[in-house]
Design a protein around this ligand. Structure first.
Ligand code: FAD
Length: 335
């Protein structure tokens, strides 16, 4: 374990911003992690845990200690006739775990193929895509509680998962470090293909099997979203707003073509549609812009500064509020 000074975080934020951490270290196990905490008890630096930085916007250098878990082990912890549970180290690349499950013929997370980031971050915002959210598969999240300095295991209910949210983004925000996640996969095929034309596209490749679903999702994503290695971005910058039925009826009366998706007792509205209707799609000014194929994605066209991206996000929020009286909430963690 090595503690690095003035560490450039360019490789650790998918916006590709030139920002530095005052101190930076990775840790491979709980002993190294505890050593880092001991070091920080003396220094008292603000602490930030990051995975791959694909859901973070740094507005400047981080004047503290950034730590990055690199535990990558996958351990089977339970198996029945129909399911299997794996405990996965927080530092494992999320898509490598998806690929592992698809190769072993285990069902459940194939629709979450190609989401950037690490396993440890997956529960933080309850990652989701193409009709699946990871909350459906997470059994337990093992954390280190920074307040009472103990390892704790949270079951699914204790994680308080919601749409792009969890206890780790609310009550426990900045209070804990995810060490391991226990995820349940299923042995019986259960393709979830209701999202738009997903089924049709999978069938073009042949059977509705895991590999075809994964390949289709990867193909769709590569057409819709910019690869951070080419254009810096953090995926969807805003959450889709969730509105009451009454509010959504009002909106639908005024804007006939507004796309709405019923969820539980409320309605989800497409934030991309709202932003597009305000004329932002493909917008570019200086180093920052809105991706031409997906208006939820803010991009760094080159040498953008974090604050420029934040200012653009603020302008978008204001114009959406002016037109629709809806205040968009960021999905990305602004640091
Ligand atoms: C091109 C692109 C497409 C994307 N598509 C999707 C999508 O379809 N669906 C979706 O849900 N998301 C999507 N995202 C967002 C992102 O991939 C996810 O949020 C992912 O889980 C972030 O992982 P990360 O390791 O990079 O987290 P980071 O960005 O490093 O961290 C995210 C947050 O989690 C905290 N954190 C990270 N690791 C830990 C830990 N071990 N313990 C405690 N806190 C921690 C950080 O402090 C931060 O607040 C996309 C991003 C990009 C760039």
């Amino acid at each position: 374990m090595e503690i690095l000074n003035d560490f450039l975080l360019k490789e650790y934020n998918s916006f590709g911003l030139d920002v530095k951490a005052h101190r930076f270290s990775t840790f491979e196990n709980i002993e190294e992690f505890k050593e880092l905490l001991k070091y920080n008890d003396k220094k008292n630096y603000p602490l930030l845990v990051i995975g791959n930085g694909s859901n973070i916007l740094f507005t400047g250098d981080f004047n503290g200690l950034v730590i990055h878990p690199s535990m990558q082990d996958i351990k089977k912890v339970n198996e029945t006739k129909s399911s299997i549970d794996f405990k996965i180290g927080a530092g494992m690349i999320w898509d490598e775990f998806v690929s592992f499950c698809v190769n072993k013929n285990y069902w459940g997370i194939e629709n979450l193929s190609n989401i950037p980031g690490t396993v440890g971050s997956a529960p933080i915002q309850n990652i989701g895509a193409y009709g699946v959210e990871i909350k459906n598969n997470i059994q337990f999240v093992e954390i280190f509680d920074l307040a009472d300095k103990r390892i704790k295991v949270l079951n699914n209910a204790a994680c308080k998962f919601g749409y792009r949210s969890s206890i780790f983004k609310s009550e426990l925000k900045g209070q804990c470090v995810v060490l391991n996640v226990v995820i349940r996969l299923y042995k019986k095929p259960n393709p979830i293909l209701s999202y738009e034309k997903l089924e049709e596209k999978v069938l073009k490749l042949g059977k509705k099997n895991l590999q075809n679903i994964r390949n289709t999702i990867i193909e769709i994503r590569s057409q819709k979203l910019p690869a951070p290695s080419e254009i810096g971005n953090a995926g969807s910058f805003f959450k889709n707003p969730v509105l009451s039925n009454e509010k959504s009826i009002e909106l639908q009366n005024e804007f006939k073509d507004i796309p709405v998706y019923p969820v539980d007792n409320s309605v989800k509205i497409s934030a991309a549609w709202l932003i597009e209707k305000c004329g932002w799609k493909g917008y570019k000014k200086g180093n920052v812009g809105v991706y031409k194929k997906q208006s939820l994605v803010l991009v760094n066209h080159g040498n953008a500064k974090g604050h420029e991206i934040l200012e653009l996000a603020e302008k978008i929020r204001e114009s959406v509020f002016e037109k629709f009286k809806i205040m968009l909430e960021p999905e990305v963690n602004v640091i």
